[in-house]
Ligand binder design. Structure first.
Ligand code: HEC
Length: 156
């Protein structure tokens, strides 16, 4: 009984291995079509691991915030969109947080990219407070681009 189980288990492992190999070669082929593997030449932020975990948690929260702003704009709830966007706005606490990362890593651009995001969130809030949904949506698009500007330059 035990031996049958072991044999079945091993057969499963080998089958999984074979199908993994097939998957890998398909992925490899796709990558080659896209010009082949490229090095990740972004700047590594030298932060202690627990800070990276915290930063990524904050990032996932940011992504959630972006989704909530989009939902509020979609529901034409400008007051809600404005208040959520204000929560992402530029404050002395955000200044301190972004500055701390900049100083710790020796990367002044981290602060500029961070500030750009939070200032755009304030602009979005102002557009929503003025009841201008079209402008708020354009601001939201700029906001997401500003998020990604930092991702394009930095990595963990
Ligand atoms: C000043 C720099 C900076 C800004 C601005 C920024 N991010 Fe990030 N973000 C990072 C870094 C650094 C990472 C980690 C990348 C890595 O793992 O290599 C990251 C990772 C993420 C991740 C992945 C999290 C995970 O669990 O792996 C998400 C999602 C994300 N950011 C969303 C956002 C959103 C949404 C915004 C804008 C509202 C934003 N980020 C603005 C620097 C930034």
């Amino acid at each position: 009984m035990k031996r049958t189980f072991t044999v079945l288990l091993l057969a499963g492992v080998f089958a999984a291995g074979a199908s993994n190999a097939a998957d890998h070669s398909a992925i490899h082929e796709k990558m080659m079509k896209m010009g082949g593997p490229k090095p990740d030449d972004r700047v590594e932020l030298k932060l202690p691991d627990p800070m990276k975990v915290m930063q990524k948690r904050m990032m996932r929260q940011h992504l959630n915030t972006v989704s909530e702003i989009a939902a509020a704009l979609g529901a034409n709830d400008m007051e809600k969109a404005a208040s959520i966007a204000r929560g992402l706005g530029w404050t002395p606490e955000e200044d301190e947080r972004c500055k701390a990362v900049s100083e710790l890593t020796g990367e002044p651009d981290f602060l500029s990219f961070g500030k750009a995001v939070h200032v755009t969130a304030d602009e979005l809030a102002a557009s929503a407070e003025a009841g201008d949904r079209d402008r708020a949506l354009m601001d939201l698009s700029r906001l997401v681009k500003n998020c990604n500007a930092c991702h394009e330059k930095f990595r963990h």
